[in-house]
Design a protein around this ligand. Structure first.
Ligand SMILES: NC(=O)c1ccc[n+]([C@@H]2O[C@H](COP(=O)([O-])OP(=O)(O)OC[C@H]3O[C@@H](n4cnc5c(N)ncnc54)[C@H](OP(=O)(O)O)[C@@H]3O)[C@@H](O)[C@H]2O)c1
Length: 412
């Protein structure tokens, strides 16, 4: 049983609200969450917070307006007093510098927490440091609740449930194809990608392991790609091994698998594989080369220095109107775990959000926080700990559908 926090001053506090993603998340709250929500926007710059508050008021004048809280999250006692005032904390700060401070304050204050952090090395560290403590305190920590890895995790969760419901079978594999996701990154995302390079080759290699974030190890993964890094699926078409966040998404989804009984729920042979849709083998090979080139550009020091002259810096990002007009689209096939592979039942699923990856992220953060605030129904009977977006299950799916997303499954 989680303690009653209804007398806390705020339902939700957004820490890092003045950043690129934070602003989009706060805007989503102002536009879509109940108008009587008691909330606060927090950051270290009063000037930026005032400007954001004025924009939010213009957008939605008839709702409770957010309070302004000035806090540098490195000031631990001020951060603790702030977080203690809220029932749910959304964190959108620069995670590699100051992410851990917000998590620690939330565990101490018994405040549920949600963010978009996705660097698997940070997540591994945080699991080791905070999972048990959060579980004991009955605090939920949900990471990666953005365009990476929330839709992928929820599509998988929904497909596994559909196979179980219709055929009483476990799932052998979820093959996901990224159809459309703009590669127009914010300064914060670039900074996170560059940060990965600082870990060193050996650590990075280890972090590629499919079960790196899972409490137990599952089946040896087979990528099933050919010599060119391509795979063909009869429903999804040509697929190339070039999806930019495939390693992160796989590690997060395999953590969901591990936390939900290590095979008892999704199935003992389950594995997740992600690719990018390609119009032909040549196009797929070019996509792979392009992804590798981006990786090198952001990790090799002299190339990094040149790239920095052209890329957005923290706080910046793609033009907001342009970003809003992109579209995130992915589709997947879940294959049942039966003896005869050829006769295996399959579920086709699809996710579409009418906005770019940062608007998708803003929606998942705000709707995920709403799910924690109003329903807090966690999969597998979890009471707390370092969890994944799929732990909010059907409630988060309904909420995201309610703001224009398609997230559907059908037997094929
Ligand atoms: N998983 C996903 O799908 C996904 C999607 C989008 C973003 N992200 C991740 O989200 C993170 C943020 O990205 P972004 O583009 O929004 O970055 P950003 O624009 O640079 O924003 C970072 C925020 O952190 C705040 N901050 C930094 N140090 C602070 C401190 N000591 N005290 C208080 N606030 C502090 C900044 O405050 P100031 O405004 O005062 O500078 C700013 O509000 C990145 O790690 C990115 O990779 C993930």
């Amino acid at each position: 049983m989680s303690e009653d926090k209804s007398d806390r001053e705020y339902d939700i506090v957004v820490v890092g609200a003045t950043g690129y993603t934070g602003t989009i998340g706060a805007t989503h709250i102002a536009e879509h969450l109940p108008t009587n929500l008691k909330w606060a926007i927090a950051g270290r710059s009063g000037v930026k917070l005032d400007a954001l508050a004025a924009e939010l008021k213009k957008l939605s004048p008839d709702r409770l307006q957010p309070a302004i809280e000035i806090v540098d999250v490195e000031d631990k006692s001020k951060l603790s007093s702030l977080v203690k005032k809220a029932r749910v904390c959304i964190s959108v700060v620069s995670y590699h510098h100051v992410g851990a401070e917000v998590i620690e304050a939330c565990i101490k204050s018994r405040t549920d927490y949600i963010d978009t952090a996705g660097t698997v090395l940070h997540l591994r560290n945080w699991i080791d440091k905070y999972h048990k403590a959060a579980e004991l305190a009955g605090v939920v920590l949900i990471h990666s609740c953005g365009a990476f890895s929330a839709p992928q995790d929820l599509l998988t969760w929904a497909s596994v449930r559909e196979l179980e419901k219709k055929f009483s079978t476990k799932t052998k594999e979820l093959v996901l194809s990224v159809v459309s996701i703009a590669s127009d990154p914010s300064g914060g995302t670039i900074e996170s990608m560059m940060e990965r390079g600082a870990f060193g080759a050996e650590v990075l290699e280890k972090a590629q392991q499919p079960w790196y974030l899972s409490p137990t190890t599952g089946k040896q993964s087979s990528n099933s790609t050919n010599f060119f890094g391509m795979r063909h699926d009869s429903f999804l078409g040509s697929l190339s091994a070039s999806a930019i966040n495939a390693v992160q998404n796989r590690a997060v989804i395999h953590r969901t698998w591990g936390l939900l009984g290590g095979g008892k729920d999704y199935g003992p042979n389950f594995q997740y594989n992600e690719y990018k849709k390609a119009s032909s083998t040549l196009a797929g090979v070019l996509q792979i080369l392009n992804t590798r080139a981006i990786g090198l550009l952001l990790t090799i020091p002299p190339l990094k220095a040149i790239a920095m002259m052209f890329l957005p810096v923290p706080g910046e990002g793609p033009d907001l109107e342009k970003e809003k007009n992109y579209r995130v689209e992915m589709e997947a096939v879940a294959i049942a775990d039966v003896d005869d592979d050829k006769a295996a039942p399959k579920v086709y699923s699809r996710f579409v959000y009418p906005g770019g990856p940062y608007h998708t992220t803003g929606a998942f953060l705000a709707q995920g926080a709403a799910s924690l605030l109003y329903v807090r129904k966690l999969e597998g009977g979890a009471v707390g700990g370092l969890l994944t977006p799929a732990f909010l299950g059907a409630d988060l799916i309904e909420r995201i559908q309610g703001v224009g997303a398609e997230l559907s499954t059908k037997i094929v």
